[in-house]
Design a protein around this ligand. Sequence first.
Ligand SMILES: [Zn+2]
Length: 299
Amino acid sequence: MRIGVDLGGTKIEGVVLNGNQVVARLRVATPQGNYAATLDAVSALVDALEQQTGQRALPLGLGHPGSIDPHSGLLRNANSVCLNGRALKQDLEARLDRPLALANDANCLALSELYDGAARGLQSAFLVILGTGVGGAVVANGQLQQGFNGLGGEWGHNPLPWVTKQELPGTACWCGQHGCLETWLSGPALSLLHANAGGIAGDARAIVAQAEQGDAIARASLEAYSHRLARALAAVINLLDPQIIVLAGGLSQVRTLYHDVPALWSRWVFADQVQTPLVPAVHGDASGALGAARLGIEC
Ligand SMILES: [Zn+2]
């Protein structure tokens, strides 16, 4: 058996795999802005999963936002900024009294979807998390590309391409830049843009429900979101031209994206025809935790 934990900005999800079978699963809310409380929450989640299975000290992999600086060993670039500058691996290893395999959350998603999900058997893929933050992972030659600087797929802090005059100057991003993709395409970004347009405040699910009930502002917010995602992914297709693009994270549940975005992206892709499939992660929300459980076997 192996444990996988996906440490997200909103939730911490844990699974226990026995071979390929999920034998336990738990989800808790992520403590906001508190590093010590986050370590406590991960530790309590692992204890609870082990109690469910009657096992102790199981091998453990963890997916996290941002990346570990290969020089300092400290976490950087996490949108849960309380994690930045921390020795997350060492601190959790001390708490849990075992070695840990850590990887970026989008890279865990890629491992899971490569193993038995949407990218299984493919040579190339781009995988996207549209959640509290926005991240990506690159698969080439059938393998995850972590990159020379450990930055492979870090796409959420590139600027929105083909930006319109109305979109300028964009919003300040926590990373210090302005108008990053994350400030347009994350769940909180969609909620904020919708509220600023005069819409009824709510998360992505609420905005979809409003649109389905005929709310014109909600429809316009989702159309603007699809347009921006189409531009962002057209730039990826022009650079990598992957065999598939896979969406995960809370916004991947917005079903209209899979029709609307490919219908729009041809305008910016440098070809007459674009065949690239846009699909949701086969394992949905659990994909990150499943990939984390396979860290150490797959990497
Ligand atoms: Zn940024």
